[in-house]
Design a protein around this ligand. Structure first.
Ligand SMILES: [Zn+2]
Ligand SMILES: [Zn+2]
Length: 215
């Protein structure tokens, strides 16, 4: 900030009062000041500099690594079992057999449970499948809406495990229900809905289960 200040007081008149005032302002005549003052807040302002490109690559790399770890984590955890099985082979074999038998036992138990449940529902005429509009359209008018399957719409679900319909799914010729390949094989290719045979065990158990459900 630069400039000049000039203070020049002129009192006109020759009277006594003018003389008094002239005496008072005598020392203020022709007062000159020069301004040369610099006032800035530059040192308070941030000083931006252009970001180097490798910083961006580092940040991008961190994000990619983070997303990748979500997928790799499962395999990394499985690696523990692989390492352990390398050192303790017998234990690993025992573990595998145990898991396999456990899985098969649960599978058989699950199928038995579903067989009884479905037969009970058939007997009580309560077996139904909730079908969405695309499914109804696709199966009622296959010529018009057959293309829905290309978009993954209008698919039925396995009566046992609710697995979505695919090219291996078995369509029962006697009813409207479908079974996935695994379930169809486990059921010995017998539709639980169409099979009219009821064993005494099924009837007894289903009665028990229905009474327990009612409780
Ligand atoms: Zn199934
Ligand atoms: Zn059937």
């Amino acid at each position: 900030m630069k400039g000049h200040h000039l203070l020049d007081v002129k009192v006109l008149g020759d009277g006594a009062m003018a003389n008094v005032i002239k005496t008072m302002f005598n020392s203020m005549e022709n007062q000159k000041h020069t301004l040369d003052h610099v006032s800035t807040n530059k040192h308070c302002l941030p000083h931006p500099t252009e970001l180097e490109s490798w910083y961006l690559w580092v940040v991008l790399g961190i994000y990619v690594a983070q997303v990748g770890l979500y997928y790799i984590e499962a395999y990394a955890l499985r690696l523990r079992r692989v390492i352990a099985s390398f050192f303790y082979r017998r234990r690993a074999k025992k573990r595998t057999l145990h898991l396999y038998n456990e899985f098969m036992r649960k599978r058989v138990g699950f199928l038995t449970h579903m067989r009884k449940k479905i037969r009970r529902l058939v007997r009580e005429k309560k077996l139904s499948v909730e079908t969405a509009l695309p499914t109804i359209l696709r199966y009622r008018f296959p010529c018009l809406f057959g293309w829905l399957k290309w978009f993954g719409l209008g698919k039925k679900q396995c009566l046992i495990c609710d697995d979505n319909e695919n090219k291996f799914t078995h369509h029962c010729t006697g009813c409207m229900y479908v079974y996935c390949r695994q379930c169809w094989r486990d059921m010995k290719k017998t539709c639980y809905n169409c099979d009219p045979v009821y064993t005494s065990e099924d009837t007894q158990t289903s009665d028990t289960s229905s009474s327990s459900e009612e409780d």
